[in-house]
Design a binder for this molecule. Structure first.
Ligand SMILES: C[S@@+](CC[C@H](N)C(=O)[O-])C[C@H]1O[C@@H](n2cnc3c(N)ncnc32)[C@H](O)[C@@H]1O
Length: 236
């Protein structure tokens, strides 16, 4: 068992999903790309710990992106960083189809996808202390109070994320929903082993491409809030 404690409380939160699966429409291109390319770039969910060296055929550092949506940022970041590996997690099949198309068009070899609940993937498949980064760009804000328990960036979900980071690794979140940004900052600050790299919100990281949901937020005149927390070395 890793640092992440599968206690009753934890199990309860795992049963409350951070997403709602809607039967969203896929474009013909997304359907085609999914049909042709998923066997090559998607990994099945399974309750077995992954061996990243075997999967990526190298020992480069691995970043997990939770909820990549249409994969715009994923593909661009991966293309700009061929010496790093990216594992994208998303439950929305249209987005998986879209990212598969981008992987092929750009000739990327450093991206893999798992179409499954990111929390289950982290819990069951990702080795503790193995990630150099976790990206969470514009997670669903769940603005209604009764839905706050569905938010991704609250404990013990942040404990799980922290347990998968290597010392010196970081979790980087961006949101256009200020109250969620503030809550997530406090939750991450209270997560054992994490420390903010900045006193408050982080400055925009120049390398982070604008995402679809960021565009929507800006169109609604929302400001963008960025959070960057680092995994501290183990004590003792
Ligand atoms: C608001 S969208 C943001 C998408 C993208 N990152 C962007 O900025 O455009 C949030 C995405 O997270 C995905 N998501 C939420 N919870 C998830 C989970 N537990 N596992 C995988 N994907 C999840 C949703 O399906 C959705 O596509």
């Amino acid at each position: 068992m890793g640092e992440y404690d599968k206690s009753q409380e934890t199990r309860h939160l795992r049963e409350v999903h951070t997403y709602v699966l809607r039967a969203g429409r896929m474009t013909e291109a997304q359907k085609r790309d999914y049909a042709i390319h998923s066997a090559r770039w998607c990994l099945p969910f399974q309750e077995t710990i992954l061996n990243f060296t075997d999967i990526f055929e190298n020992t480069n550092p691995v970043t997990v992106e939770i909820g990549f949506g249409m994969g715009k940022a994923t593909a661009e970041i991966a293309a700009n960083n061929p010496d790093k590996n990216y594992l994208g997690l998303e439950v929305h099949r249209a987005g998986v189809g879209r990212l598969l198309g981008e992987i092929e068009r750009r000739g990327l070899t450093n991206v893999r996808i798992i179409e499954f609940d990111a929390l289950e993937v982290l819990s069951c498949m990702v080795p503790d202390g193995s990630l150099s980064a976790v990206h969470v760009f514009f997670p669903d804000p769940w603005p209604k109070k009764r839905h706050h328990k569905r938010r991704m960036m609250i404990r013990p979900r942040t404990d799980l994320i922290a347990s998968k980071l290597a010392p010196g690794g970081y979790v980087y979140m961006a949101t256009d929903w200020e109250p969620y940004g503030e809550e997530a900052w406090m939750e991450l600050a209270m997560t054992e082993g994490l420390k903010s790299k900045y006193e408050g919100f982080a400055p925009r990281q120049a390398w982070r491409p604008e995402t679809r949901f960021e565009q929507k937020g800006k169109a609604a005149s929302h400001d963008i809030y960025e959070l960057m927390f680092e995994k501290l070395p183990r004590e003792g």
